[in-house]
Design a protein around this ligand. Structure first.
Ligand code: GLN
Length: 491
């Protein structure tokens, strides 16, 4: 009998649509897999067994009634715990929201449900999406299915690990500085950050509102594109949502799969191919660049001189926005409340709640952000970082006058051992060295597996102009047709 957990989302949807397999069987197979391996992986913070089976039954009933099903109907999906799910716990990986059951669905989740996908549960993440390893989750780390002594990336390590461990064929992540792409790279899976405003932030617990972008994760490029199509598009409830249709990402993925990149010009970012990346990562990247050239792409080198300032600019802008966004977690309206014994002032209760509810990395960011925004320092830090952001955006627009897309390794290093970078925040921040510029610019970028280094996955990043998300899917699918997909050793 076929192991349903090993199939792609496209194949699963096909089996459900023809009635060869029921959505309930598909869902049960994934719930069983979670039961068998998640104790070792810890990709999930919450598994919604009842809700998933009910959603699957509804799909089977609709099929039996002769209703037309969407392209992903009956396919299970795991959702990062940063998105609100009505009646289903949403913690953002933090103790401050432990036990909170949101009264509404985020737009992404609403669209997933409307498309007939089956939500399996909520995935583990660094607290408030701040981190690159899931080690900053208040609920313990997720482990990389390729080697359970190593990190699965972050902040969306749970969403990536669930794919690599075959616990789900699809998952949702959010990318503020790399949290979809970096976990994708280190788990051998595909992760796409859509154009900022191309996917709705309504119901996405805010970290850094000018950067936060929800997006699709999958084990292959076409599956990611199908998921992107389902969740993307204008949402009037998000004031920065772009009022335009989703670029034809599915058509582009299919086109790319033919393996022909004739007429496509790609720029290798010289700032990201020199020092700073492990030799094994660079070797896999160079081989993939040759593969892209063999498929017909023209390859040139492009310098983006301000990219080297992206990391420091990000670590002022993101903490500044977070210090403001996280003010709402005060123990008054929802979540944890500490010290409310009738004798303490409101301010004392707020302070005790935040002291107990936030972890060290979140506190560090709030303090940095508050400092950067304080009067007297605003111009020197936050203001300066915004100017750098403009220069980085100009680097992108100048580059895109010369090439169709930019490429680089996704991350400087492969999955590192658990505990290796927790004592020095800067070492953790370096994981996103290559992914952050795109967030500051707002364009789309995808990470696609491109090879192995010492048996661990390496990702290649494709960055495209804003609202040209289709372009990166074409290149990603072409590369995949050449290098294939990567399967972790059996757990
Ligand atoms: N690792 C980066 C950070 O810690 C990016 C996080 C993200 O994209 N959510 O801020």
């Amino acid at each position: 009998m076929t192991d349903l957990t090993k199939l792609s989302a496209v194949d699963l949807a096909g089996l459900v649509a023809t009635g060869e397999t029921s959505a309930v069987e598909v869902t049960q197979a994934h719930l069983d897999r979670i039961g068998a391996v998640d104790e070792r992986v810890h990709a999930f913070l919450h598994v919604d067994t009842e809700g998933a089976l009910a959603a699957a039954r509804a799909v089977d009933e609709r099929r039996a009634a002769g209703e037309e099903l969407g392209p992903l109907a009956g396919v299970p999906v795991a959702v990062k715990d940063v998105l609100t799910t009505k009646g289903v716990p949403t913690t953002v990986g933090s103790k401050i929201l432990e036990g909170w059951r949101p009264p509404y669905d985020s737009t992404i989740v609403e669209r997933l449900r409307a498309a007939g996908t089956v939500m399996l549960g909520k995935t583990n993440m660094d607290e408030f999406a701040m981190g690159s390893s899931t080690e900053y989750s208040a609920y313990g780390p997720t482990r990389n299915p390729w080697d359970t002594d190593r990190i699965p990336g972050g902040s969306g390590g749970g969403s990536a690990a669930a794919l690599a461990a075959y616990e789900a064929p699809l998952s949702i992540g959010s990318d503020t500085g790399g949290s979809i792409r970096q976990p994708g790279a280190v788990t051998g899976t595909v992760g796409a950050k859509p154009t900022y405003g191309g996917t709705s932030r309504y119901g996405l617990v805010a970290f850094s509102s000018s950067l936060d972008t929800p997006g699709p994760c999958a084990r292959n490029v076409l599956d990611a594109a199908l998921l992107h199509q389902v969740i993307g598009g204008h949402d009037p409830r998000d004031s920065t949502s772009i009022p335009a249709p989703v670029p034809d990402v599915v058509g582009a993925a299919r086109l790319g799969a033919s393996g022909d990149l004739t007429g496509v010009k790609l720029g290798v970012v010289t700032e990201f191919t020199g020092e700073g990346a492990e030799p094994g990562v660079m070797a896999a990247f160079r081989e993939s660049v040759e593969a892209l050239a063999k498929l017909g792409a023209e390859i040139v080198e492009i310098s983006c001189p301000h990219f080297r300032y992206a990391l420091p600019a990000y670590y002022l802008i993101a903490p500044s926005e977070c210090s403001s966004n996280l003010a709402r977690f005060d123990g008054v309206r929802f979540g944890l409340r500490v010290g409310d014994d009738g004798n303490r002032s409101l301010e004392e209760v707020m302070s005790l709640t935040r002291e107990a509810g936030f972890g060290p990395e979140v506190k560090r960011r709030i303090m940095i952000g508050t400092y950067a925004l304080s009067s007297g320092y605003y111009d020197a830090y936050y203001g300066q970082a915004q100017k750098v952001r403009t220069l980085i955006t100009r680097d992108f627009t100048t580059a895109f006058e010369q090439v169709d897309a930019l490429i680089s390794p996704t991350t400087p290093f492969v999955a590192f051992p658990i505990g290796a970078r927790t004592s020095d925040p800067y070492q953790m921040y370096l994981a996103d060295l290559f992914t952050i510029p795109t967030n500051l610019y707002g364009g789309p970028a995808i990470s696609v597996p491109c090879g192995l280094s010492d048996g661990l996955p390496v990702g290649l990043q494709i960055m495209a102009p804003t609202m040209a998300d289709d372009r990166m899917y074409r290149v990603a699918a072409a590369l995949e047709s050449s290098v294939g997909t990567f399967t972790p050793p059996a757990l």
